[in-house]
Design a protein around this ligand. Structure first.
Ligand code: UDP
Length: 408
């Protein structure tokens, strides 16, 4: 059985047993070529997951390749309406014309049976779900739903379901997101884990961390509240501003930062959210909106998650918030919401807080800013919770399980 050098580093964190199970499963899958098809080369949770899996798969002699189908302006209205319906149960239907136009567009993605051939295909996200029906040679195929589909608009859900017969397995990132109509053997809940050895999550000494924050315009002598997230309406950055305002009245020295490197400058949705947020914040110099990927890299994300005074994750919808897990690993008790993924990741009052309304969130923020012993205790529990449940080996095991289900 081939061992993985990278996974061996986890022995003191997760124990040997899980690694042995992984090695055994991986040995049965050796030599397979898996093609991952998604919409972005960089940025966001999907890219993060693949970057975590790739090097380990390589050690197991699994070939992982990537095909990026870049969405363009002509279909952005359709895809953004679709995700709003899926996640937010927004009203609306998908008309036959809209559906046809989108399928025509996707049919031009020019996947080639010859050049893109693999043993297993993994199609990521809600936009690309029709691919396995369009290209009948994409078999066996796994569909990976990354968004929060716990309360979908029924029309949007049924649009997706029309394409699911072409898949051998449908993967969701939390139990509540699984469509109840899917036969249990076709559904798989994948545990998502973070890699504490990669730069974004690795130890970063305090001097260096504070220097990085200073470079981003933060006054490191004053308290800082941070939300790390893409500029996306479902991450609800506006509520973070509403939380900050009453906190600032009680504690005038406090600052607020949003960290969301915009990898794709043509992401019109993100640009719109950022502009709207800029207007919402007004001329408050203590609110920092960071979006330039030349300024915000892995070290900066690490520094913000590690050395902010309080971390917020105010998402109203969240499949599974990797940013929350990353911050928890860095001893931060995240103040999240009851959004699908977050209520699974956080244990209220034990390793963070789950509060939805603005006033309760402001109260918890002030509590953690003032009572640093409490903050530290919850933060220690947060780190321990991630160690037990959400590290990379757990994700690797869950991924191999999914491959095994469609391969054997
Ligand atoms: N991220 C980043 N730079 C940023 C903001 C986010 O690298 O400026 C990363 C973040 O660390 C996390 C991922 O993007 O690994 C976001 O994943 P998450 O599941 O939280 O949200 P998604 O973007 O998939 O909705």
């Amino acid at each position: 059985m081939k061992k993985s050098k990278q996974l061996e580093q986890y022995t003191p964190l997760v124990g040997e047993d899980i690694l042995n199970v992984i090695y055994e499963k991986a040995s049965k899958l050796r030599g397979l070529h898996i093609l991952h098809i998604n919409t972005t080369a960089k940025g966001g949770g999907v890219a993060e997951i693949l970057e975590g899996l790739d090097p380990i798969a390589h050690e197991f002699e699994l070939t992982q390749s990537r095909k990026v189908i870049q969405l363009d302006e002509s279909i952005s209205h359709f895809t953004s309406h679709l995700v709003d319906m899926l996640q937010g149960n927004e009203p609306g239907e998908i008309s036959a014309g809209e559906r046809e136009r989108f399928l025509d567009w996707l049919g031009q993605s020019r996947l080639s049976e010859h050049d893109d051939h693999a043993d297993i295909y993994v199609v990521h996200d809600y936009q690309l779900v029709p691919l396995a029906q369009i290209y009948s040679w994409l078999r066996p195929a796994i569909w990976f739903c990354h968004v929060d589909t716990a309360q979908p608009n029924p029309h949007a859900k049924s649009y997706l379901q029309d394409f699911l017969d072409a898949y051998e397995l449908c993967v969701f990132n939390s139990e509540p997101s699984v469509f109840p109509e899917i036969r249990p053997e076709l559904a798989h809940v994948m545990t998502l884990g973070i890699d504490p050895f990669r730069r974004k999550n690795a130890p970063l000494d305090q001097n260096r961390g504070l220097q990085l924050l200073q470079k981003c315009g933060i006054d490191v002598r004053r308290p800082l509240i941070t939300q790390v997230a893409r500029y996306d309406r479902w991450k609800d950055p506006w509520q973070a501003v509403d939380v900050y305002r009453p906190v600032k009245q009680q504690m005038p020295e406090v600052q607020l930062a949003f960290v969301g490197a915009m990898e794709a400058t043509d992401d019109k949705g993100a640009v719109k959210v950022l502009h709207d947020l800029q207007r919402y914040v007004g001329d408050d110099k203590d609110v920092h909106l960071l979006s330039d990927p030349a300024v915000i890299g892995d070290d900066e994300v690490n520094a913000f998650q590690r050395y902010s005074s309080v971390i917020l994750q105010r998402s109203t919808r969240e499949g599974f918030g990797l940013t929350a897990t990353e911050a928890m690993w860095k001893n931060q008790p995240v103040i999240g919401t009851s959004a699908t993924g977050l209520r699974i990741q956080l244990v209220d009052g034990e390793n963070g807080y789950i509060v939805d309304d603005t006033q309760s969130c402001a109260e918890r923020t002030l509590e953690l800013l003032r009572d640093r012993d409490r903050w530290q205790q919850l933060g220690r529990n947060a780190h321990e919770h991630v160690r037990k449940h959400y590290l990379l080996p757990m994700m690797v095991l869950s991924y191999l399980d999914a491959l095994e289900k469609v391969h054997l």
